[in-house]
Design a protein around this ligand. Sequence first.
Ligand code: HEC
Length: 166
Amino acid sequence: MGKLQANVLIVLMAGILALLAWSLFADGEGAPEAESAASEVGATADRREPVLFNAEQHQFALAQMRGLLETIRDLDAAEMAGDTARMAQLAREEGPGQAQGREHPAGFHEALPDGFRAMNRAMRQAFGVMASDLDGGDLQGYREKRQQALGNCVACHESYRFEAYL
Ligand code: HEC
């Protein structure tokens, strides 16, 4: 076999291999069977545990949640502005014990499952340590506790949902 013929053969074989690989890949990716199998695994079912509230408790809980998201945004804004004192204040306002001053609807605490309370407490404690880390100028400690608090948001959202019965 001449050198040119050998080269042509190699290029041909490479082309065939590439085609084969592509067809295998394309089959696995776009197969309609695969998609319908995935949607059968209960994508329509909410498997999280419901927290049962009346309408007032429900609205109160949602408003608290929106407040938490605002706090995260405000913490970032204060960090960008280099305002550590403001960051500490924001974190402290979400810390343990701070909710006592706010008006909870009647029966609110009684409506919360134990696991929910525990995750909420863990998050409040993380905010509290964020505040004291910031007071001490420990930004790295603050960031670690912030990650922990965000982990609590994620974990609770994966475990519970709110449901209003009135
Ligand atoms: C102890 C449990 C728990 C923790 C901790 C928690 N959440 Fe939630 N949050 C919930 C539940 C339950 C819902 C309602 C979800 C549903 O019904 O689909 C919710 C809803 C929300 C909503 C939607 C509010 C609305 O008006 O629809 C936001 C925003 C939110 N959470 C932000 C946060 C942020 C940010 C954090 C952490 C800093 C956080 N949450 C921590 C349980 C928690």
